[in-house]
Design a protein around this ligand. Structure first.
Ligand SMILES: [Zn+2]
Length: 231
């Protein structure tokens, strides 16, 4: 199997290339101010996974599903229904909910808890916000916390899924800042942490250096938008 990589597209958007050659977009807001031009028009997409319905996370989901679909879309049941009503080209499988695991293109996705508000871009109910544990074909597990504050039950994510890599928001204001993210690192227990949801605009002021100072014993793997982390 090929190496897997996680490419940051700015904000909370990621391209995940699996060892089995699948290309997964997580929260593809490709119009975000930090998304590199070369990433704004994807060449290929096998799966889209969404943490919640806010427009800085749904992003280009509907457009990508029309271009490459019908595509599996992993999202909360209400959010997936909203996407279909709004033209997304996807399968007939209902969206899932927290605690359930679904398989798409040979990769496993589990929605987990998150503390954040919900809603879709047009103000409809889009289900609760979630995190996502992605288990790749080779068993590597990546936990995307989504937008959330730190919460004690992150230790259950460690106990049940033991993620190899955790992707955490650190910008503050709408999500955890570095102080909360440092505690999240302890609770989750992943050896490597990829920060996101910072630097998109001045309001999201947390930095990877602040997290490094606070989260001892954790490798904080910060890349510039367009940069990749080998998994
Ligand atoms: Zn957000």
């Amino acid at each position: 199997m090929a190496d897997a990589s996680l490419t940051w597209l700015g904000h909370a958007s990621f391209r995940l290339d699996s060892p089995g050659g699948k290309r997964i977009y997580i929260d593809p807001w490709l119009e975000n101010p930090k998304c590199p031009d070369a990433e704004k028009e994807p060449e290929h997409c096998d799966v889209i996974a969404l943490t919640h319905g806010h427009d800085d996370h749904v992003g280009a989901t509907i457009e990508l599903s029309k271009k490459f679909g019908p595509l599996p879309i992993v999202a909360m049941v209400e959010l997936k229904a909203w996407l279909k009503e709004n033209g997304a080209q996807t399968d007939d499988i209902p969206g899932s909910n927290k605690g359930g695991t679904v398989e798409a293109a040979g990769v496993k996705f589990t929605l987990t808890h998150a503390f954040h508000s919900g809603g879709t871009p047009d103000g409809s109910y889009g289900g609760e916000a979630a995190g996502i544990v992605v288990e790749l074909e080779n068993g590597t597990k990546v936990y995307f916390a989504g937008d959330t504050c730190v919460f004690g039950d992150m230790q259950l994510i460690r106990k049940i899924y033991a993620p190899d890599v955790a992707v955490l928001p650190i910008g503050g204001h709408f999500t955890m800042d570095p102080r909360e993210a440092a505690v999240a690192c302890e609770l989750i227990g992943a050896k490597r942490v990829v920060p996101c949801h910072y630097g998109t605009f001045p309001l999201l002021a947390g930095t990877p250096d602040e997290l490094r100072q606070l989260a001892k014993g954790v490798e904080v793997v910060a890349v510039d938008p367009g940069g990749s982390v080998e998994l």
